[in-house]
Design a binder for this molecule. Sequence first.
Ligand SMILES: [Zn+2]
Length: 122
Amino acid sequence: MPFKYPDLCHRIVANTVMAVDSYYDGTPCWLWVGAFNASGYGKISLRWQRGPRKGQVRSALAHRISLEVFKNRRLTARSVAKHLCNNPVCVNPDHLVGGTQKSNVRQCVAEGRHFTPFRKAA
Ligand SMILES: [Zn+2]
């Protein structure tokens, strides 16, 4: 009998550790210690609960699921879960906010973290 978490909230918390040096707004980052995808974001395996692929395993981004299960935010395929703490491995729902990719890039540029890798010479 495989171990089962009572719900996704427990499963997320069980896969994180509290940061000691990374805070946002007075609360520590929840550092994901589970699996990661190639971009360095935490990932979590879930099963589709409904729809045509019900029962099949899907791989989801841990910070998106955190926002959904703790804050009841419904994220569509077009929306992104942004990190207010700019820590990609953080899944603290208080450090996450739903938004669009446009607003995400705007925040990135505004904070000077934007980088254009292969800019063509004029
Ligand atoms: Zn954080």
